[in-house]
Write a protein that binds this ligand. Structure first.
Ligand SMILES: [Zn+2]
Length: 467
């Protein structure tokens, strides 16, 4: 089966043909670690998590790199008030990011480079750019990239390079040669975090780190460094344009063969932003909603479309996911068989069409309906039961959905305190039943019912769920 992706630079769907047979190299622009991850970070991570899973399922040996920008103006601003060192502050947010993404079932990247650990590679690339006259140093020691030296500048984002807005900006910084020139290296200033380098004491600009890291970790071929470069749609310009220009000038090749960009996240129809107060952190959402539910909800919309986060759609996702777990619970404790061939092919076909996850979810809905119908007709059919569990297992592998324990799924929203009480009532009931005191046993069942808890006597003991 061939994989097709929408290339956001060529603006068309293209068949994926890797640089090296059987291998896929992916680079995703990761977060700047000065605060907790929000829904936009979650969407980007999930979009390219399902890309990685799909390519792996097709048999590719996938290497995915996602960087952490751990030196930047925003981080330095935060340092001033945090009382922490740069390393303490960024490690704190890196760990928080990884925790949140793990809760969403995002697979860890194979390579997680940090800007502060890539200074040598960054310096090397800047030196090459200075030597080839694609970069210049201004009076205060800052080093800029000369966009006029790249004849293909603008080819990634299709942006016009000179507009009125930028003309005014050039006056504010008259030492820049061209309006769109950008800083590769920022010379050390007061209250700054600086690194010692032959190009002068200072720190890297944002754009250079991705180009330098890609060059450091991926060999590529004569034409391209990697197969697919990914990121949020907001990164297309200037970030990706600048990454591509640097790489072209320093290495005389394109940074990536294919480009994929995920759409924006809106909340109740408004663009998510801190000033609107609707930019909520993922860790807050995870206090209220299960990570797999958020995952399901976020990938139920095609990655290129803008995503409008709202409670109605989220509850609708919960209903759809509950149906899947209801089916899984019907087969609780059963043996997992092989996935149904037609189901697997349909699901993979949808994902091979530019990661059409919303279509894949509809295929899952149909599978649930037909599985329930078949089970009603043939409740004792072992092979059928095993195959359905095989389908759910495959779904977990491909999309990270349906991976949890079906009993625990329906225990969500019950506090630890309540859980202890429920467990002790169930134990009491078992004792009563053992002593043939059925009256007490029934009374306990009723007490649990009044607490909103249903119990089921199963082969391996009594299970409970929230009604
Ligand atoms: Zn980047």
């Amino acid at each position: 089966m061939s994989f097709y992706l929408y290339d956001s630079v060529q603006k068309e769907k293209r068949e994926f043909i890797p640089l090296a047979e059987g291998k896929a190299t992916i680079y995703v622009c990761g977060p700047t670690v000065y605060d907790d991850a929000h829904l936009g970070h979650a969407r980007s991570a999930l979009s390219f998590d399902i890309l990685k899973r799909t390519l792996q399922d097709l048999g590719y040996n996938v290497t995915l790199a996602k960087n952490f920008t751990d030196i930047d103006d925003k981080i330095i601003n935060k340092l001033a008030t945090s009382g922490k060192t740069l390393h303490e502050l960024t490690e704190f947010y890196i760990n928080r990011y990884l925790e949140d993404m793990a809760a969403l079932g995002v697979l860890r990247a194979d390579i997680e480079p940090k800007a502060t650990e890539s200074i040598e590679a960054i310096e090397k690339m800047i030196t090459e750019l200075l030597e080839s006259d694609c970069a210049y140093t201004i009076e205060n020691g800052d080093i800029y990239f000369d966009t006029s030296k790249d004849s293909r500048y603008g080819s990634i984002s299709h942006m016009v390079t000179d507009d009125a807005q930028n003309i005014s900006r050039i006056e504010a910084n008259s030492q820049k040669r061209n309006p769109k020139d950008f800083a590769l290296w920022k010379a050390c200033k007061e209250q700054d975090v600086c690194f010692n380098a032959k190009i002068g004491q200072g720190r890297p600009g944002w754009h250079i780190e991705c180009s330098a890291m890609i060059n450091k970790f991926f060999k590529g071929n004569d034409e391209y460094c990697i197969d697919i470069h990914c990121g949020g749609a907001d990164l297309l310009f200037p970030h990706h344009e600048n990454e591509a220009a640097q790489t072209r000038c320093a290495l005389n090749k394109e940074i990536a063969k294919y480009w994929m960009h995920n759409g924006f996240v809106q909340i109740d129809g408004e663009k998510m932003s801190k000033s609107l107060g609707n930019s909520f952190f993922l860790k807050d959402a995870l206090k209220v909603y299960d990570g797999e539910l958020l995952r399901y909800y976020l990938i139920s919309v095609h990655y290129r479309n803008d995503f409008n986060f709202n409670e109605v759609d989220l509850q609708n996702s919960k209903k759809r996911l509950d149906r899947l777990y209801r089916l899984k619970k019907r087969l609780y404790g059963g043996k997992v068989g092989r996935v149904n061939k037609a189901f697997k092919e349909a699901l993979l076909q949808a994902m091979c069409d530019d990661l059409n996850s919303s279509k894949a979810m509809a295929i899952v809905d149909d599978m649930i309906s037909s599985a329930n119908e078949q089970l009603d007709k043939e409740p004792k059919n072992k092979a059928l039961k095993q195959e359905i569990l095989g389908n759910i297992d495959y779904l977990c592998q491909l999309l990270g959905i349906g991976c949890k324990d079906a009993i625990e799924w329906f225990q969500q929203g019950v506090s630890e305190e309540e859980k202890t009480k429920i467990e002790s009532l169930i134990a009491k009931r078992a004792e009563a039943k053992k002593a043939k005191d059925f009256e007490s046993a029934d009374a306990i069942r009723e007490e649990l019912q009044n607490m909103g808890i249903a119990i089921m006597d199963m082969a391996d003991g009594t299970k409970w769920e929230k009604l």
